[in-house]
Design a binder for this molecule. Structure first.
Ligand code: SIN
Length: 539
């Protein structure tokens, strides 16, 4: 039986819940969200709503840095070429050029706002990562770029009186009326449900890593923005393209910490359990090949050696430099009695980044009027089938700024009569009473299934199994009215999982992050195209 996806996850009656009015609503408090809020005209009000505290986001955890043409030895054309090569013929050239060329301006702005990037003498220290032909990754605090960038951004955003910030507030759904977005219904423990009416809304909710058992992403990355955009009728695209980062710490008892690619940029080697370096057998760029290639090579080598992981080896590098460059990773490993200058670091791939998402144009406008998107939730065309390392913070800055500017201009065109709008269809579902299932158990089962059947390697058989299971769960989870964020997150995760599985089943080829072992080659004749999903009209 086909699952009915309700338009709204929860019932609300406009006369029975508080209302709040703002010119621009930003959903998500990571780098893209704060950059967007900072772009809103000072004469307008902006409200940032974030699921946890501002300091909890994928952006805050970013290690590697921000890729950008910042030295006289580099050229825009080279950064563009590397981005296009990694993206497997599915990038938008216009977007790539736009983002790459705007990069230096956005980095200068971060510096003006107080971000302390690492330097060598008077020059920015620029690292190398996989797929980059040059050193072009600006970083901070060694391996804690996101922490430093977000410190500066949070300082800026919280100092602006016109920007309100609601932390620990879950966005349940976008409000739509006459085929346009009018804000969102949000929930927090203090006020319960609130209708936030906005002249323009910007989604910046991040990615979907938590759909997978093994992931570098924080707990908050549950795909909420993609699910709420889908329910509201916006178009999503490229959902089959999930990036698996090659090197995630694999120690029993530790959380799955990212081990930055910048280590390989500094000369770290990948070796197997026998101590053999294997990457040169898989790609001429060896450890610095694009991520999809390195991840696949690692899995093959794990199979060949019948071992659950491979190792990063830095023992041949200068120990003082290694400790200075990677203080965060050194500290994490030390907790497990590993000295990164003397011991091999056990690693294996994990889900890291969603290339697909809510379709936006060059300014960040989605297909739903009144709704904009920036950062990982958006599909801008920059990444194609596989994102180039350290292009994500760059994209968040460029599209955060343009979505914020665009939304701000558009909000000025909307007069205050929008406040008189009422919802024409606030679907009020019957209360199903107590939840008859264990939310945490389904969440764990979904994550295990996605990892096993929709992970680094996919086949028709696995995808059929995944689809059957997810449809079954959707049937009794999505149609039910749940009472709190854990349940709503699960509903969002299932909604997004369905789209990933559907797209992965349809794309019968291997390209970028999407690997079909039953169709091991790219099929340019049929598949240099995108798969789009829009509620009721998926293609
Ligand atoms: C890393 O530091 O390896 C991750 C950076 C990125 O995802 O671009």
């Amino acid at each position: 039986m086909e699952t009915v996806i309700p338009r709204y996850l929860v019932p609300f009656h406009p006369k029975q819940v508080p209302h709040f009015f703002t010119d621009v609503l930003v959903v998500g408090g990571g780098l893209a969200g704060l950059r967007a809020a900072l772009a809103v005209d000072a004469g307008l009000s902006a409200l940032v709503v974030t699921k946890r505290e501002l300091a909890v986001s994928n952006s805050c955890q970013a290690q590697g840095g921000i890729a950008c043409v910042l030295s006289s030895e580099d050229r825009f054309e080279d950064h563009m070429a590397d981005t296009l090569t990694a993206g497997g013929s599915l990038c938008s050239k216009t977007t790539v050029e736009h983002v790459v060329r705007e990069g230096p301006r956005r980095i200068r702005e971060l510096i003006e706002w107080g971000t302390e990037f690492d330097h060598i003498g008077n020059d920015l220290a620029l690292g190398r990562e996989g797929g980059h032909g040059r050193n072009r990754v600006a970083h901070a605090l060694g391996d804690a770029t996101g922490k430093e960038v977000m410190r500066a951004m949070i300082e800026q955003a919280t100092a602006r009186p016109a920007i309100g910030i609601w932390e620990n507030t879950f966005t349940l759904d976008l409000l739509t009326d006459r085929q346009a977005c009018r804000g969102a219904v949000v929930w927090n423990p203090r006020h319960g449900k609130t209708l936030v009416w906005a002249k323009q809304t910007i989604l910046a909710t991040g990615g979907v890593g938590q759909l997978y058992r093994e992931t570098t992403n924080p707990e908050v990355a549950t795909g909420d923005g993609m699910a709420i955009a889908y329910r509201a009728g916006a178009e999503l695209r490229d959902m089959e393209f999930v990036q698996f980062h090659p090197t995630v710490l694999y120690i029993a008892g530790s959380s799955r910490q990212l081990i930055t690619e910048a280590m390989r940029g500094e000369g770290a080697l990948l070796i197997d359990r026998n101590g053999d370096r294997f990457m040169p057998d898989y790609d001429p760029s060896a450890e610095l090949a694009p991520r999809d290639i390195v991840s696949r090579a690692i899995v093959s080598q794990m199979e060949k050696t019948r071992h659950p992981n491979v190792y990063l080896d830095l023992r041949h590098l200068d120990p003082d430099r290694v400790r200075a460059r990677f203080p965060g990773i050194a500290a994490i490993c030390a907790k497990f009695n590993l000295d990164i200058t003397r011991d091999r670091i056990p690693v294996r791939p994990g889900a890291h980044y969603m290339m697909g998402g809510v379709v936006v144009d060059l300014q960040g406008r989605t297909t739903l009027p009144g709704l904009w998107a920036a950062g990982e939730v958006a599909c801008t065309g920059l990444h194609g089938a596989n994102r180039l390392a350290s292009n994500s913070l760059l994209e968040a800055l460029v599209f955060g700024a343009s979505a914020g500017n665009g939304a701000s201009l558009a909000a000025r065109q909307v007069d205050d009569t929008y406040r008189a709008l009422s919802l024409t269809n606030p679907r009020v579902m019957p209360d199903n009473g107590s939840v008859p299932f264990d939310v945490a158990d389904i969440r764990a089962s979904l994550k295990a299934l996605m990892w096993r059947a929709v992970g680094l390697r996919r086949t028709a058989e696995c995808l059929i199994e995944a689809r059957e299971n997810v449809h079954h769960w959707c049937h009794y989870v999505l149609e039910r009215q749940l009472a709190g964020p854990e349940g709503w997150e699960l509903q969002d995760m299932l909604t997004v999982a369905r789209l990933i599985i559907e797209a992965a089943s349809l794309r019968t080829e291997t390209r970028g992050g999407h690997v079909r072992t039953d169709y091991p080659d790219p099929d340019d004749e049929h598949w240099t195209r995108h798969l789009a999903f829009c509620r009721g009209n998926d293609s």
